[in-house]
Design a binder for this molecule. Structure first.
Ligand SMILES: O=P(O)(O)OC[C@H]1O[C@H](OP(=O)(O)OP(=O)(O)O)[C@H](O)[C@@H]1O
Ligand code: HPA
Length: 177
């Protein structure tokens, strides 16, 4: 099936049924690994909102959830880009943290997120991402423990992911053609 978003063509890549099936398996894994550890799931906005909402329906152990946003601004020296974590209202010291992303592409966002989270001294940090583009990844992350789908280096949209701000509401995931 083909769709058009903001004058760009996309074709169906991963159906919502496939996503749900994969989420059930990831949920089973997380329920086992984190039993009695009361993990905190930290979703990185905006893209993760649908994935994290559906993932949490598969989590049956005691756990907490929060959402953060990464914001950047330029320091006095124009080349200094300062990155801030906005919205975190939990003390992460000694906690078992699971960072939830819709997609890890170059890995730049995750690199920054990990630096900020690790500075807060959690007991452990794992990453759960719905999509991973291995060929675009500029770093190796040993924390990348839960991956929904590895995909080719193509732009994707839907299920939280946007193209020019549009398409986040689509249930299925589409790739640019
Ligand atoms: O691995 P990277 O190359 O850094 O790309 C991945 C990031 O890009 C997207 O966020 P974006 O900054 O577009 O914000 P959004 O979630 O609000 O769409 C996505 O949600 C990831 O957080
Ligand atoms: O392929 C993508 N689609 C939408 N947003 C993104 N952010 C990083 N990669 C992507």
């Amino acid at each position: 099936m083909k769709i058009e978003i903001d004058h760009k063509d996309f074709e169906l890549m991963i159906t919502h049924e496939q996503v749900k099936k994969r989420l059930r398996l990831i949920g089973i894994q997380l329920n086992v690994v984190y039993e009695n550890r009361v993990p905190i799931f930290i979703g990185v906005l905006n893209g993760c909102f649908m994935f994290l909402a559906d993932l949490m329906k598969q989590i049956h152990i005691a756990s907490e959830v929060c959402f953060v946003k990464l914001a950047s601004y330029e320091g006095e020296n124009r080349r200094d880009e300062i990155i801030q974590l906005i919205g975190l209202n939990h003390d992460l010291k000694g906690r078992e943290v699971i960072i939830v992303e819709d997609i890890v592409d170059t890995g730049n966002t995750l690199r920054r997120m990990l630096d900020l989270v690790k500075a807060l001294e959690p007991a452990s940090v794992a990453i759960c991402t719905l999509l991973l583009k291995p060929d675009a990844l500029a770093y190796q992350f040993e924390e990348l423990a839960y991956v929904g789908f590895e995909i080719e280096n193509q732009f994707v949209v839907g299920y939280g992911l946007d193209y020019n701000g549009l398409g986040r509401n689509l249930k299925d995931i589409y790739r640019a053609v």
